[in-house]
Design a protein around this ligand. Structure first.
Ligand code: NAP
Length: 318
């Protein structure tokens, strides 16, 4: 993640952009890499704070360190306090970016409900908790920008990712609805939707599941998962996985946009997904393609473009 953070921070710190960042993490014991990525900005324009999105108390504590809890835009000459004392006074675009997320892969029969609930608690309710905390201030000031890292799995279901995809679909429905209400308050919502990204996330997950037992799962499903899904998934990440830096650059672009988009995919390879849904409201095409993609991810990505009449080169130029 350090490279991604570096590129995001360097953009954030340029004079025309955001000039103050509160970077948060669950466990401050891991902050060394983050601080190294922040470089000279640390303690000047960037501070690090503890935040567990699953805890009301942690969210309240974290916001209490941010200039009276005001996440969003500070005007030139505003009173500074706490970690911001002594900072230069600039007009700031100061959005909330929620990146926290956990994955879950495996046959449904072998997963406990508690494990599934943990995914929703982090990926969905974590984001909801943060938004509830910052929204009153944004509404009062009649401006704001909330950026949330969703996924292409919030647009299209993927085999053996049922619960993770559901948590991202929940995010998409929640923020799509909220965005409509927030228009009148001049508050923008942006969902950044990466495809595969080569981070610890997938590496850890695939290593864990290749050893997991998945009790109560029938041999056919388990065989399909282990012998077809897992190798294809590794190949997909190896061949088309983006770097965290690519995603950070898209986030930076979204933050810098004068009229931020509601949705922004990071990997143009997946753009045809949205066209495909619109083309086939019955969902049949998507389900057929979903199965093909598990068996042959690269070939079916190509047919995805063909089916939706999109030029794959459009992706590269996007
Ligand atoms: N990697 C992909 O292929 C991919 C694709 C599409 C979307 N995404 C999304 O991208 C986002 C970042 O994922 P990543 O790939 O960069 O994986 P990652 O390296 O595992 O990052 C996830 C981060 O979320 C943090 N987190 C988890 N639970 C939290 C909590 N309760 N409170 C605060 N922070 C918490 C983790 O902190 P700890 O270090 O303390 O665990 C970790 O820093 C996630 O929302 C993920 O769903 C990833």
């Amino acid at each position: 993640m350090a490279s991604a953070l570096n590129s995001l921070f360097s953009w954030l710190m340029t004079p025309d952009n955001v000039t103050r960042v509160v970077a948060t993490m669950r466990d401050l014991g891991k902050k060394e890499a983050l601080e190294a990525a922040a470089g000279e900005a640390l303690g000047k324009t960037l501070s690090v704070a503890q935040l567990d999105v699953c805890s009301d108390e942690s969210v309240t504590n974290c916001l209490s360190h941010i200039d009276g809890g005001q996440v969003d835009v500070l005007e030139a000459g505003s009173e500074d306090s706490g970690p911001w004392a002594g900072f230069e006074q600039h007009s700031l675009h100061y959005p909330l970016v929620n990146n926290a997320g956990v994955g879950l892969v495996g046959p449904l029969e072998g997963l406990s409900l508690a494990t599934m609930q943990n995914v929703f608690n982090t990926n969905f309710f974590g984001a909801v908790r943060l938004v509830k905390a910052v929204l009153p201030g944004m509404k009062r000031r009649r401006r704001g920008h909330i950026v949330v890292v969703s996924s292409v799995m919030g647009l299209q279901g993927v085999m053996f990712n049922d619960v993770y995809a559901a948590s991202k679909f929940a995010l998409e429905g929640f923020f799509e609805s909220l965005a409509i209400q927030l228009r009148q308050f001049n508050i923008f919502i942006s969902m950044v939707e990466p495809g595969p990204v080569t981070t610890d996330f997938e590496g850890k997950l695939l290593a864990q599941v290749s050893e997991a037992e998945f009790p109560d799962t029938d041999p056919d499903t388990l065989g399909y998962f282990r012998d077809l899904y897992l190798p294809a998934s590794r190949e997909l990440f190896r061949s088309v996985g983006q770097s965290p830096r690519d995603v950070a650059q898209v986030i930076a672009k979204v933050i810098g946009s004068p009229r931020p988009p509601l949705r922004r995919q990071t990997n143009a390879r997946y753009l045809p997904l949205t066209v495909l849904k619109a083309m086939d409201p019955s969902g049949g095409l998507g389900t057929d393609l979903g199965q093909k993609r598990t068996l042959d991810p690269l070939e079916s990505d190509y047919s995805l473009c063909e089916l939706s009449s999109m030029d794959p080169d459009l992706c590269a130029s996007w």
